[in-house]
Design a protein around this ligand. Sequence first.
Ligand SMILES: [Zn+2]
Length: 115
Amino acid sequence: MAEAHWSYGHNVSGYVPESDVIHVDGWENARIGLRDELEYERDSLGYAEDDDQRAQALWESVTEAIDAVNAATAGQEFLAYTDDGGQHTIPTAWWINVCAEDHETDADGEYREQG
Ligand SMILES: [Zn+2]
């Protein structure tokens, strides 16, 4: 049984993640990794037009999630949601979880994603 480590990722609530779930040793590595993903997401949104309220709401929501992960308590699981405030929008969940799976690691000590 491997020691517990951390995994992080994001997915639309109730759906399997579209992107890879990353497994790392150490909570701080998970925090940095998730923050990088959130900052990448925010950068990809670009600049919203002043009158595009949903785009602005999404940008603010992602910014709040970045603030939240920066303020997160070390060693605890983390969960934040982002959405554009639309009535029919399904929020995206951004999370850091304890991973108790017993992964193989490759030659670099990286965790392999399971099947
Ligand atoms: Zn894992």
